[in-house]
Write a protein that binds this ligand. Structure first.
Ligand code: ATP
Ligand code: MG
Length: 268
């Protein structure tokens, strides 16, 4: 299952939340964090990988092998982008990028996609072959934040992507989000928390679960894993067992069926 974190606005907290959410989920489910911002990705800074040459950019430009770009942080696998100006030398080969996602899907139960805020062609969000189905909008508690969130929702709806919900971030009681958005669409309200800024300053990748921000996000990660993920994985496993059972009785290769079933049930 793939979950994209997005807002057309920069700096709302997509990377912070995607990375931490991925980390919390990795406690329970095989998870990979994928920085999709080829030109402006900052995920490497959070995971202390800024000097590591094995980035998504390097793979897309054939400077390293696929396995080299998978880094481990405790239980979480991490794929990051080049944080240096060399990133601009990367010619986005969308086909190869899509292959990366497909290959990761074979090995991981959950792929967390940290999307760039731009609405340009290079953004995987607009790839002709739609790889994303479920999205979480990260909104910032500010007037521009609400305006851009409303625009983001329109855009995702136009792209026919399912919005799982909205995370309101950096909450300081500026905008009455609950009065503007449908309350049911708000997945979590994360407080403005100085510890989050220091997390970047100190190069500490993951926010303590005890912090006000960490507590809220852990709560959401638990809820997500219970309501969406485990249910779907259970269905997937049940289906696999049923298929094995069926092929043991009737034999043959059901690959075509597999594809159809995946399409109908598990492609988010
Ligand atoms: N809840 C929070 N409290 C305090 N600071 C926060 C919070 N969430 C994010 N920040 C800070 O906001 C800044 C931007 O966060 P982040 O890089 O995660 O945003 P982004 O949406 O990924 O940005 P971009 O659009 O550039 O990819 C960082 O300095 C981060 O520490
Ligand atoms: Mg980011």
């Amino acid at each position: 299952m793939k979950i994209g974190f997005y807002n057309i606005q920069g700096g709302t907290g997509k990377t912070t939340i995607a990375a931490n959410m991925a980390y919390y989920l990795s406690d329970r489910i095989k998870t990979v964090y994928l920085d999709c911002d080829i030109y402006g990705g900052t995920g490497a800074l959070l995971f202390g990988l800024e000097d590591n040459p094995n980035t998504l950019n390097a793979y897309l430009t054939e400077k390293c092998d696929f396995n080299d770009i998978i880094h481990e942080y405790k239980n979480l696998s991490v794929v990051v982008c080049d944080t240096t100006p060399n990133a601009f030398d990367t010619d986005t080969d969308q086909k190869k990028f899509l292959e990366v996602i497909k290959t990761l899907e074979k090995d991981y139960d959950v792929i967390i996609l940290d999307l760039p805020p731009n609405i340009t062609e290079g953004n995987i969000l607009f790839s002709s072959e739609s790889v994303l189905k479920k999205m979480i909008v990260v909104a910032e508690d500010s007037i521009p934040g609400i305006a851009n969130t409303l625009k983001t929702i329109e855009l995702l709806n136009a792209l026919n992507l399912e919005i799982m919900g909205i995370i309101v971030n950096k909450d300081r009681n500026i905008v009455d989000f609950e009065g503007i958005l449908n309350e049911d669409d708000i997945l979590a309200i994360l407080p403005y928390d100085k510890k989050v800024e220091y997390q970047w300053l100190e190069g500490v990748p993951i926010i303590e679960k005890r912090s006000s921000f960490g507590k809220e996000l852990t709560f959401l990660a638990d809820e997500l894993s219970e309501t969406y993920i485990e249910k779907d994985l259970a269905t997937l496993r049940a289906l696999k067992i049923a298929k094995e059972f069926r092929s043991s009785i009737i034999g043959g290769n059901d690959e075509a069926d597999d594809n159809n079933d995946n399409e109908n049930n598990f492609k988010f």
